[in-house]
Design a protein around this ligand. Sequence first.
Ligand code: ZN
Length: 404
Amino acid sequence: MKRWPRNLQDYEATLVILISFLVIFGSFKLYALKVQASTTSASDYGSSPSSEHVYDETDVISQWYRYLDTDGHREAEAYIVSVFEEYGLNVTTQEYTAQREDGDVRAANVLGYLEGRDTDKCLIIGGHYDVHEYSTHGAYDNAVGVGTVIELARLFSVVVNQTPPTSMIFAAWDAEEGGGAGSRYFLENKPWQTDIIAYINLDMFSLNYPVKNNMPLSTEEYYKMNIYTSPIDDFSRYDDIEYNDSTLGNFTMFRTLLENITYDKYDYPPEWVLVMDDTVGASDHRFFIERGIPGVWFRGMNEKPREERDLNEIAFKHTPIDRLETMEEYAGGKEELLKGIDTGLLISFSLATQILESHNVSSSQNGGETTKGAIENIGQIGIVIGIVVIIMTVLLYVFWRRLR
Ligand SMILES: [Zn+2]
């Protein structure tokens, strides 16, 4: 074999080192691109729960009149589908027939599915996007709830960006107004064969602690946040349901988790943020609790006075003044409203996180699956390919030199 001048061999070595550097640089560049791609619009809101995002989604969704089978309703539905798809969720539009006073109309739940390691179990987070006939904007009831579901979907699918221990479903229910037909239809016709481990319901909140109650004549310092849970003591709203010991055990564990988060982790004052048995049932969570599924409803400023002459509820739901502007006015400004949103957002995010963690199997059992999940990351694949290419280049170079 022809022997090359010594300076040329040095040149070859330099070339190999240069190529190796290029490969390493390319791998990191690929990784950076992947991070950048996953952080476009979704990460404008950062990597922690964003009340600003909930506010913006409330603003977008409340622009449409979302009464069943109207143009605004269909636009809102298409919008929620597009957001869930942007987050990489597996989106299903579940169509069914709902009743309006003037007859049967089309209705549709929008469901965003995030597959977990255990697909036999799922956690559901939902809120309804339809409005009452006289609610032209439905910002409080319930664009704010859907906005929160969207923010939680962003957090778990884009920010956390890991396969959760169990599957998750993010649900925008339809036809809640007038009986909760949407969530009931879902429970009777689940698109996925999976046990529901818990349900988190977001419907009408943000005007709650720490937002000061600035209503004229009001006797209370703050708007209350009622956190209605699957009952463990007062079953008056669910007295026709049969519970067994495991149902009660699940309800009790769920309640304890919620109290720990609310009062220990976040230190909210129990007189203004009240974790209590659900004796109201007036939203989608009711159908889950009736089936023995632990559930919770976050409810801000309340519809019905809890005591006579209680002036702390101004009934603006189901009216044309249910708008984001009205919410801000009642809160005393946007900054105050954002603080009120945070209360429901932070507790529900922690609750969902801890429920998922409690279903996390031990690392020895899921080690293989974790590795699989990690390798799914394009950036890491890039790095792995880069390292393999470097090793092979070096080996080939050494082999080639030995041959000569
Ligand atoms: Zn509602």
